[in-house]
Design a protein around this ligand. Structure first.
Ligand SMILES: [Zn+2]
Length: 92
């Protein structure tokens, strides 16, 4: 019975990982952030998926990104600069 319980837990964890890394990135919410480079002051859009990567679990709202214009790596707060939600709600 113990072996069945353990293997059951392993299957549940495996399904959880599958959902986290394969289902959510494709079908889950996608966000767009309008980021401004601190070096060259140019703005660019960044598309991201909440909870899709392991690093995002530790550093939820911050990403290290290279600016597409000056190619200098900076840390951006992608939560506060979010400009769009994945599914726009219908306004009555
Ligand atoms: Zn830049």
């Amino acid at each position: 019975m113990d072996i069945d319980l353990v293997s059951g837990l392993v299957i549940i964890v495996a399904i959880g990982f599958l959902v986290l890394f394969f289902v959510l990135p494709r079908y889950g919410p996608h966000y767009t952030s309008r980021l401004t480079c601190p070096n060259c002051r140019k703005s660019f859009n960044f598309h991201w998926i909440p909870g899709a990567t392991i690093t995002s679990l530790f550093r939820r709202n911050y990403r290290d990104l290279k600016c597409p214009y000056c190619h200098i790596k900076s840390t951006y707060d992608i939560a506060s600069t979010r400009v769009s939600t994945p599914k726009p709600k219908k306004t009555k």
